[in-house]
Design a protein around this ligand. Structure first.
Ligand code: 13P
Length: 248
């Protein structure tokens, strides 16, 4: 299969204000000059509409969506709602939501199906805690998470996977290259086992303390199809070099 296009996505989490549209514009200018890579930004939901109208080639996504189409779910947004605001995909199953909101693999699977039904994309996050890494069982734990969170209907046209070790998020700690490569190979095997040929077309992003200094090495690893970037995506000066690293 031909090499998949790199996919570099910024997850702004609960950060940013309307004034930061200037950051988005600077990222959009850089992305416009680099058409070999897909670039996305997932701002807080309140900024999706304003960002979508200033995004240029940058794909605007949400950070979560509810599995149901409507109903008594105070504070939540459906896939159709985030789509109407201008998002074309959503992150789902981020470890911060799995921890803070108690989201299960079954919840994440249902959210993925809701996004597909709405004609949207999904970035499905999986990853182990430090205790799970130290136990030596990170690979079986994370591949089981993926298997349970992944709908049978998944394919690379609408779904990507993000491997984000919980202990690497926002800590400045990154797994050694061999551990990232081993996990991505195991996730690829799980995708192919479940989805057959379609499993080869799903991009697997790495996330957790990616920055301008380490992006090139991480993105060059086999089966690393891009990066899901938190802190370093909040400023164009730190995010654009990661986009550029994906082109090498
Ligand atoms: P950091 O890049 O800040 O470690 O965050 C990673 C992440 O959680 C992206 O979803």
């Amino acid at each position: 299969m031909a090499q998949l296009r790199s996919y570099i996505v910024g997850n702004w989490k609960m950060n940013g204000s309307a004034a930061d549209v200037t950051v988005l514009q600077a990222i959009a200018d850089a992305a416009a000059g680099h058409d070999g890579v897909d670039v996305g930004i997932c701002p807080p939901a309140t900024l999706i509409a304003a960002f979508a109208s200033a995004a240029g080639p940058v794909q605007i996504g949400a950070q979560d969506c509810h599995a149901k189409a409507s109903g008594a779910h105070t504070g939540n947004l459906s896939a159709a709602m985030i789509k109407a605001a201008g998002a074309t995909y959503s992150i789902i199953g981020h470890s911060e939501r799995r921890a803070d909101q108690g989201e299960s693999d079954a919840d994440v699977n249902a959210k993925a199906q809701a996004l597909q039904a709405a004609g949207m994309g999904a970035i499905l996050c999986v990853g182990e805690t430090l205790d799970e890494r130290d136990s030596g069982n990170a690979i079986p734990i994370v591949t089981a998470q993926l298997a349970a969170s992944l709908p049978d209907s998944a394919d690379g046209d609408w779904l990507s996977v993000a491997y984000e070790p919980v202990w690497a998020i926002g800590t400045g700690r990154v797994p050694v290259a061999g551990d990232i490569a081993a996990m991505h190979a195991a996730l690829r095997a799980t995708l192919v086992e479940r989805l057959g040929e379609a499993g080869k077309g799903v991009r697997i992003l790495y996330g957790g303390s990616v920055n301008a200094g380490n992006a090139a090495e991480i993105l060059a690893l086999p089966d690393v199809g891009g990066a899901l970037v938190g802190g370093a995506s909040l400023k164009a000066e730190s995010f654009v070099p990661i986009i550029e690293a994906a082109l090498r």
